[in-house]
Design a protein around this ligand. Structure first.
Ligand code: AHG
Ligand code: MN
Ligand code: MN
Length: 334
């Protein structure tokens, strides 16, 4: 039997990958590991808490257990970062504004973390995979002061670490420090994330496309051309591609990362800028996609080069296997 590498061990072994190898980033990753284990445990009990314990009225009295899982996840991650001392502030999907931590040790923190605590919320109640997406940047404001909006509004090219945790049939943590992509699966029997997918590469091409096709008549002509191409025998496989749409970005992305495929959330009439958020959904997954050999664009522009203007800014999103994204962009150009 080959030797198991735990995530903790892997982080220590690869600490030199970080541009500033002082151990702080390793500690932030460790905070993420702890919070994601808490969230994973809570996700696994979702049906029980909502429908069994809740129905007996015992959880209601406590209040906290009744909170929606995405608030539970948000709090678990914020608490981990606030107590860790390496992070001066965070931005999250669940908070209108960013949070600058007040303690002296936090003000000395050199990093900010942007995250989507639970992605795919509409899937929580139906027992379908959901996830957490995160992105770490070095602050641009002076150390020793409170975090600022500028710390949060950095282009994706400045990411130091990005990753996601997928609460699927198993819980998996996937991340990059700009030196390839590695994935770790949580072994519940020992409570450790173990290296299961070293140096992941996204297949250059694929035959899976993921888009909410309910929007097909709400999007631009060029995208309909691309979807027609996917469904025809004119593509490189000579057979129609398969449509696969989970409705949790993180799960759709993860499948495409392993099997090859494209994920599309375009600008549509009801969401003229697209639906997905640049800072804590698109950028982290774009960094991972590129590190694995894939692409991430708005259909016209590289995601990582966009200069963010707002915390919850949305963008159209095309990510996945390199040749598929290139073909989609070609169709958009007409
Ligand atoms: P969130 O649950 O964090 O708000 O994100 C939901 C996102 C994403 O995960 C998913 O791909 C997309 O919304 C699904 O949107 P549609 O229901 O419009 O297809
Ligand atoms: Mn999301
Ligand atoms: Mn969310």
């Amino acid at each position: 039997m080959s030797r198991i590498t735990t995530l903790t061990e892997f982080i220590l072994q690869n600490q030199a990958d970080f541009p500033y190898a002082t151990g702080e980033l390793s500690r932030i990753l460790n905070d993420i590991v702890i919070a994601s284990k808490i969230v994973s445990r809570d996700v696994r009990q979702a049906g029980l808490v909502d429908h069994i314990l809740g129905a007996q009225g015992e959880v209601n009295v406590q209040g906290e257990e009744q909170q929606k899982l995405d608030v539970v996840a948000d709090e678990a991650f914020i608490r981990a970062f606030e107590q860790g001392g390496e992070v001066c502030g965070i931005a999250s999907e669940e908070n209108d504004d960013f949070v600058a931590f007040q303690s002296e040790s936090a003000k000395n923190g050199k990093y900010v973390v942007l995250f989507d605590p639970l992605d795919g919320s509409s899937n929580i109640d139906v027992n379908v995979s959901i996830g957490t997406i995160f992105s770490i940047y070095r602050r641009v404001s002076p150390v020793g002061t409170k975090a600022t909006l500028e710390d949060m509004l950095q282009p994706g090219t400045q990411q130091i670490v990005a990753g996601y945790v997928l609460y699927g049939s198993s819980t998996m943590l996937v991340y990059t420090t700009g030196n390839g992509v590695n994935a770790f699966t949580l072994d519940p029997s020992i409570g450790e994330f173990c290296l299961s997918h070293p140096n992941m590469r996204m297949p250059e091409n694929g035959r899976l496309y993921a888009m909410n096709e309910g929007n097909i008549f709400e999007c631009e002509e060029g995208l309909r051309t691309y979807i027609n191409y996917c469904q025809s025998r004119e593509n490189q496989t000579g057979m129609p591609y398969s449509g696969r749409y989970i409705g949790s970005l993180v799960a759709d992305f993860h499948r495409n990362l392993i099997k090859g495929g494209i994920y599309i959330y375009p600008d549509v009439l009801s969401a003229p800028e697209g639906k997905l958020r640049l800072l804590y959904e698109c950028n982290p997954l774009a960094f991972i996609a590129e590190q694995a050999g894939g692409l991430a664009t708005t259909g016209r522009q590289r995601i990582l080069e966009i200069k963010p203007e707002r915390l919850h800014q949305r963008v159209p999103y095309y990510t996945g296997s390199k040749l598929m994204v290139e073909k989609a962009m070609e169709c958009l150009e007409g």
